[in-house]
Structures are given as structure tokens and as C-alpha cells.
Design a protein around this ligand. Sequence first.
Ligand code: SAM
Length: 293
Amino acid sequence: MINSEKQLQALIEAVSSSTKYRQVSPDLIRAVGQRELSIRPSWKAAVKATKNKLHQVAGAYQGTKIDYGQALTMLRETAASPAEFRESCRQIMRWHVSTRERLPILGDFFAETLLNVSPVRTVMDVACGLNPVAWPWMPFDDQVNYIAYDIYADTMRFVQDYMQVARINGRAQTRDVLQDPPNQPVDLAFILKTLPCLEQLDKMAATILLDAIQARYLLISYPVTSLGGRRKGMITNYDNHFRSLATDRSWSVKRFEFATELAYLVETGDEKVNNNIAQLDSLPSRNSGSRDG
Ligand SMILES: C[S@@+](CC[C@H](N)C(=O)[O-])C[C@H]1O[C@@H](n2cnc3c(N)ncnc32)[C@H](O)[C@@H]1O
């Protein structure tokens, strides 16, 4: 029998010891590995398939190897000048494919999509990559509580440090949002270019996440080109994808088509959420790094 706990442990160790996946949440490696062990003909084939899957959903978006220490030094050295700090943020966002694609539209993206969204006291950034580094372009005041999740531990440590330098009242946590979907009530959840990616892990990913997330507003977006740069009907596909998600939900939706991203601002109309958000005020917040429920 291939799928024993011992073999799974050995697979997790083999995958985690490779430089490329060392920082990836072991919870995700375990989940992917378990599935691959149950369908592949050998342990070796399951290790290979696990790495391939992790590449598809995460590794492919990591640009060049990031020197987070150097990035932090650059941020600290430029923190006193808003213009220089923004330039540092731009440079850092080039290191993740998703934020790099957003750079040409950064001046409009958050300003336009969030124009009439208020009040925003809590923001959740789901599978965030380096998106929190776009903070200077987000129309929030410094009272906003920002919670960010991704599966890369080093990225999350960096985002936590970034929050401190940028004086964001926030937390960054390593979390597999499919196995442990975040459900604390927030005003706004960013689900940026993430659903198609998570659906490579689980076809039901979008439903799992959207059923768990409790937010007054969702900003859901999609890429308009493939990672290889081809457009190949992606806007039509993702318009259909979003429409199928919105079916049977009493959402009010605004659509935005930018040069590099298709976005939908959703007002969920969830009044329960509105009433519960105040409770977040009592959570440990400023850069605590603690885990929430
Ligand atoms: C296409 S990128 C989008 C990044 C970011 N939302 C943005 O738009 O700039 C997808 C992100 O999902 C993360 N990811 C993949 N699987 C995940 C999971 N199960 N839980 C949390 N994050 C995940 C990847 O590490 C990657 O940063």
C-alpha cells in the first residue's frame, strides 16, 4: 500500500528539503502529497507530482529569488520619503508575477474599485503574495486592520516586517486557505487573481472559500493573460466563471476591466457580518503574528 503515514512523512520531508519548496506551508504539502500518493504508481512519482502541483499553484508566481533582508533595508532607508517609499514598493512588487502584472494599473486599480467602499476598518488579503506591499496605493487610513495569508512562510515574515515599516496595523500569517479557510468577519476581502490558482488544488476551491469568508465587500479579480502572456479568450472565460459563482448569491456587483486585470467588486449584503465586525477591535492586532480562528 503506497499511502501510508510513513510514506507521506517521507514525501513531506523530500519536498520540504528542496530549496524551491522549503518555505511552503507543510499543511499544503501534506494535503497535495496525500492525494498524489493515493493516485500515483510509486512514491517517487508522487513526490514529482506534488512538486509539479506546487509549482502550478505557487512556484510559478515567484519571480527571481527574493532577498527579503535587502528589501527590508531598502524600505527602512526610504520610509521617511513617501515618493521614495513608493518606488521601493514598486521595485519589490516586481518580484512576484501577480503584483508585477498589476504595476501598470496600480494608480487606478484600488482607487477605482474601492471608490465607494466605506467604512473599511478590516481588510483580509487571501493568498496575498506581495499585494500588501501595494498599501500606499490603497485608499485606507492608518486605523485599518489588515490580515494577510499565503502559504510561503518567508513571504509572510517579510509582509509582517513590511507592515511594521509601513505602520500598518496588521498581521501576516502562513496559512493554507483551502484547508483552513479564514472566516473572521471583515469589511473587505481581497481575493485577487487567486480563484483560478486555487482551483488547481481543488475544483470546489472557489465555493469553499466564498462560503467561509464573511465580508461586507469582496474584491475578486482574474488575470487577463496566461502566465505565458497569451490572452486566448480569458476575459470571456473569467466573466463566465464569475457569473457562475454569483448565481444564487444575492450580491450586488460592479465590474472593472483594466489592461492587466479583470475585477469585480461585490457587495455581499451580509448584515450579520456588519454587526460582528466591531468584535475584531478586541483582537490582538498590531503586528502580533498570532493565529486567529
Ligand atoms: C496568482 S497569485 C496571486 C497573488 C496576489 N493575490 C496578487 O494578486 O497579487 C496566487 C497566490 O496564491 C498563493 N497560494 C496558492 N495556494 C494557496 C493556498 N492553498 N493557501 C494560501 N495561498 C495560496 C500563492 O503562493 C500565490 O501567492
